[in-house]
Write a protein that binds this ligand. Structure first.
Ligand code: GLA
Length: 393
């Protein structure tokens, strides 16, 4: 019991801000990341243009403030171990300054292994040096991706056949090392773990200063993959809270391979999950439909609610799914989902979610107050469609 109490205190201390400090990632981080659209071709110019677009489209003012360069910015290390950028990123400090000049924050990517997933230099053996360099550039966010460190884990596993935890311990130590290195810089840097949900990072991530951790392998721009990830998050809500979030991966909205209703399901599910909202599209080519999904004020407010509670499944019946998320002020957000191939009515019983005498219902995507309702609220949803409701007293 005493051990549990002390572990719990350590957890609280690491998640909570020191007196007088604002908490990092008090709500799920929002911004843009280069990977889902630009992948390994991303350039300095693409990132500058993303920063410009975040401002001109209104995305920044809607809350999308992090501009994150993903993998493939790295060049070679010199004799002193300093990692240089490659030709596509001539001056990372200048790029960070540019992003900051737009009222945005700047993020970067590395990993605990010798190589990143794209085969570029990782931080193995250079953690403190790299963390100092990020801080000197003005980095505000680090995504730290396992990738080739899995080889080190296989090796230690082979060396310690009687210790089933050997690989896991090595991985956690590697993530702790970078967490400590970031802390030592004194700069507030959001620490985002990317190890595909292996060994339940929601249990050990917060203890080493992680602000978010991927819960699954990669998303792609397909309805099948997106719902496989999204609906697999059931049961994880208790592990998220201010400063530490489950991350079901970045958004695909606007990348073009899902229908409008499928992207609506994507956004609805991610905000119910209190997921970090990192747009992954080419912001210069956003349609009005993309903008209406990414910038709906009520949907964003559900994600960013100050209570900091992740939502969870209320019930599932065949291809129909109902999820709820507690919000501040005693309100509740409800996500209604139709995964079937035909039009279906999906309903929620307000009494079952704490509104015995009914409540005021707002339909988020229709931008309409439905008035005071009691009993079942029904929405007719197209195939692969979703509705988002906010119920208040
Ligand atoms: C992994 C991550 C992706 C992306 C790529 C980059 O697959 O999960 O999100 O960062 O690496 O190589």
């Amino acid at each position: 019991m005493r051990l549990f109490a002390s572990l719990f205190c350590t957890f609280l201390l690491s998640a909570a801000p020191a007196f007088g400090q604002t908490q990092l990632a008090a709500t799920p981080p929002m911004g843009w990341n280069s990977w889902n659209h630009f992948a390994n071709h991303v350039t300095d110019a693409d990132v500058r243009s993303a920063a410009d677009e975040l401002v001109s489209t209104g995305m920044r003012d809607a809350g999308y403030v992090y501009v994150n360069v993903d993998d493939t910015w790295q060049g070679e290390r010199d004799a002193q171990g300093v990692l240089h950028t490659n030709d596509r990123f001539p001056d990372m400090k200048a790029l960070a300054d540019y992003v900051h000049s737009k009222g945005l924050k700047f993020g970067i990517y590395s990993g605990p292994g010798e190589k990143t997933c794209g085969g570029y230099a990782g931080s193995l053996g250079h953690e403190a040096q790299d963390a100092k360099m990020y801080a000197a550039w003005g980095v505000d966010f680090l995504k730290y991706d396992l990738c080739s460190f899995q080889d080190n884990m296989h090796k230690v596993e082979a060396e310690h056949p009687n210790d089933p935890e050997a690989a896991n311990k090595l991985m956690i130590a590697a993530y702790r090392k970078m967490g400590d290195a970031l802390k030592a810089t004194g700069r507030p840097i959001v620490y985002s773990l990317c190890q595909y949900g292996v060994d339940q990072p929601w249990k050990w991530g917060p203890g080493l200063g992680a602000n978010m951790w991927r819960t699954t392998d990669d998303i792609n721009d397909s309805y099948g993959r997106m719902i496989a990830i999204g609906f697999s998050q059931a049961g994880l809500s208790k592990y998220a809270g201010p400063g530490h979030w489950n991350d079901p991966d970045m958004l695909e909205i606007g990348n073009g391979k899902m229908s409008y209703d499928e992207y609506k399901t994507h956004m609805s599910l991610w905000v119910i999950l209190a997921a970090p909202l990192l747009a992954g599209n080419d912001l210069s080519k956003m349609t009005d439909a993309d903008k209406s999904l990414l910038m709906n004020k009520d949907a964003i407010a559900i994600d960013q609610d100050s209570l900091g509670k992740q939502g969870d499944r209320l019930y599932e019946s065949g291809d129909l799914d109902v999820w709820t998320k507690p919000l501040s002020g005693g309100r509740v957000a409800v996500g209604l989902f139709n995964r079937s191939w035909s039009v279906r009515d999906v309903s929620v019983d307000l009494a079952a979610i704490g509104f015995r005498s009914g409540g005021n219902v707002r339909d988020v995507w229709e931008k309409k107050d439905l008035g005071h309702r009691s009993g079942n609220v029904v929405r007719r949803l197209p195939k692969h469609g979703a509705a988002l409701l906010i119920v208040s007293r």
